[in-house]
Design a protein around this ligand. Structure first.
Ligand code: FES
Length: 599
């Protein structure tokens, strides 16, 4: 049996030897191989680091973009993993160079890492452009680091492999497993309802994140690393390996070996990323019951690859894709269980003909070849399609007079009786207003109310934070209410759950209809009809629109100004307009094609 993680077995679909690059063809040759004063400087400064010409000259330079940081608890093992990637690069005859990149620590960064995803994408692109990289290994995993790194690398389109950080071990609390995020919300609600003590709450705090690695539910991190694997950007099986497992270190070394071959083969992401491979990623995210955040990120990643993925395609695929991974927050198990059950390779095999196995991947083989020997070892964790958790509907895209350009909901993670619901709106102007009033005993709210949060979108918050799982008012929690219809232009953590309508587009800050909802307006959610509407006449909406005043921008200097000026709406992935592959500033005035000559 072949080891799917090993890049040493001959790839079934690799480039013919005749197409292998020569040393003089390497991009890094312009830095190291030229006989000029600039290259003298590059070589002498490499010698300054104790490296002789034998160490690097004529070898592929592999840039390892490492998002390690003391402010990213999910990547604490990345210093060591970078060494393991380097070991593989050296073994294969390459020259590894580790370059730190912005870390985006989800647990610490305010107001949201999403404000900085595009900044990481820009940084990754420019690091690869400005340094002598022939190929790159991207080290990420904590939520936005995956799309940020991948978006930047796709813009450069060098041979690329992504090393996912891997999920952390299961959380532990009084003999029970804890799931990242989902159990945080659960026990927070119990604390606010008076059902657990502060001491219990501290025990949850101490046990919920007990090893390196990303959140271990099928939250945004595991959703996006799984998507990266399905796209062929990781070695097969890589995304499911727990960070603390020794096989994770082996995967890092295998990656280091494989990326050197990819450079010689000149196998680049845009050689194998196709509309079908993005359909595969969407289908996998749906089958996994993955995070709604994947919608924004996959659309942005696809656009960087020149693939026109849109909300309609998500909804179309969701109508026919079963949820077969029994993983929290929608299901029962955690990522560690998923790995022991066979991981993503077994999952993809169970998905059968819903996945187009002919798509190529970074190891030179097709997806089908990478999973042909995969087996499921626990059929309750990775269900056969005949025993799916849900036959369809992992995500749903809504439209209506509240969201003309779309909104999303995760039907798999909401109470079923709310799928069709009408109730009066209780409107909060912004997050501060919500925080100040949500637990006010005098708030006129019942379990049938629809809670609305404005100014939480890409420009309004700004950065479209994960505020979308709006809190249930305390007085309703005490009555036993655990789910209500909630609407915002925010995103929601992939570890969250509830009847939360998210990504309302256009957002309220730019004058979307969400800005025009008033307390008491009747709002109707109909998941099956894919509708979200306020029962307000067109005339009244027009009258309110005429009165509406554009809010003052949140930034007056720095990166924030650039963000507000260029960020696009959620339905197109929240990328900056000027980072689109076909963007041309002052078209016709300057050379615009290809990589500029670097001297
Ligand atoms: Fe890093 Fe959740 S906080 S993945």
């Amino acid at each position: 049996m072949t080891d799917p993680l090993s890049p040493t077995s001959p790839p079934a679909s690799s480039s013919p030897a005749a197409h292998r690059k020569k040393s003089e063809d390497l991009r890094s040759h312009r830095w190291y191989g030229a006989k000029d004063l600039r290259s003298f400087g590059h070589r002498s400064r490499t010698a300054q680091m104790g490296l002789s010409r034998d160490d690097y000259l004529g070898k592929p330079v592999i840039a390892i973009l490492n998002t390690w940081s003391d402010m990213n608890s999910c990547h604490t093992h990345f210093r060591q993993r970078a060494e393991e990637v380097k070991r593989g690069v050296w073994q294969a005859g390459g020259f590894p160079v580790e370059i730190p990149a912005m870390s985006l620590g989800e647990a610490f960064q305010k107001p949201t890492t999403m404000l900085y995803r595009n900044l990481l994408a820009m940084e990754a692109e420019e690091l690869l452009r400005s340094y002598p990289a022939d190929g790159c290994v991207l080290m990420g995993g904590c939520d936005k680091t995956t799309p940020g790194l991948v978006m930047g690398a796709l813009a450069m389109n060098l041979p690329t492999i992504f090393v996912p950080a891997g999920p952390m071990l299961r959380g532990d609390y009084k003999g029970q497993f804890l799931g990242s995020g989902s159990d945080t919300w659960k026990y927070w609600a119990e604390l606010r309802a008076g059902n657990i003590t502060e001491r219990d709450w501290q025990d949850v705090e101490d046990g919920i994140a007990r090893s390196p690695g990303t959140c271990m539910t099928m939250g945004t991190a595991s959703t996006m690393t799984s998507a990266a694997e399905v796209l062929g950007l990781t070695l097969p099986g890589a995304s499911s390996i727990p960070a603390a497992d020794s096989r994770h270190a082996m995967m890092a070394t295998h990656t280091g070996r494989r990326i050197v071959d990819m450079v010689w083969e000149d196998l680049k992401p845009l050689d194998f990323l196709t509309p079908a491979s993005f359909d595969n990623a969407v289908t996998a995210v749906l089958g996994l019951g993955g995070s709604t955040n994947a919608i924004v990120h996959l659309i942005a990643m696809a656009r960087r690859a020149g693939v026109a993925l849109d909300l309609a395609r998500f909804d179309e695929l969701a109508r026919s894709t079963p949820v077969i991974a029994n993983l929290r927050p929608g299901g029962k198990y955690l990522m560690e269980d998923f790995f022991y059950a066979g991981g993503l390779r077994a999952f993809l095999r169970e998905m059968g003909d819903l996945i187009d196995g002919s798509q190529r991947t970074c190891n030179g083989r097709t997806l089908a070849e990478n999973i042909e020997d995969a087996r499921t070892y626990n059929a309750d964790v990775i269900r056969p399609r005949a025993e799916a958790l849900l036959e369809s509907g992992g995500l749903a895209v809504l439209h209506g007079n509240l969201a003309p350009a779309g909104a999303v909901i995760k039907p798999a993670a909401m109470e079923a009786h709310l799928r069709r619901h009408t109730g009066p709106a209780v409107v909060f102007r912004n997050y501060d207003d919500l925080a100040a009033r949500i637990d006010d005993p005098a708030l006129p709210v019942t379990k049938d109310s629809v809670i609305v949060l404005q100014s939480a979108g890409p420009q309004g918050a700004p950065g479209m934070p994960e505020w979308g799982q709006l809190p249930i008012p305390q007085k309703l929690l005490k009555e036993g209410v655990r789910d209500m219809v909630r609407i915002s232009d925010a995103r929601m953590s992939g570890t969250s759950y509830g009847a939360c309508v998210l990504h309302v587009t256009p957002e309220s800050h730019v004058g979307g209809p969400l800005a025009l909802v008033r307390d008491g307006d009747l709002v109707t959610l109909d998941v099956d009809a894919r509708r979200i509407d306020m029962q307000v006449s067109d005339e009244e909406i027009a009258r309110r629109r005429a009165e509406w005043q554009k809010p003052i921008p949140k930034f007056s200097r720095g990166y924030g100004v650039m963000f507000l000026k260029h960020v696009q709406q959620a339905d197109t992935g929240c990328d900056f307009d000027f980072l689109a592959p076909d963007y041309r500033e002052n078209a016709g005035e300057a050379p615009t094609e290809g990589e500029p000559e670097i001297h």
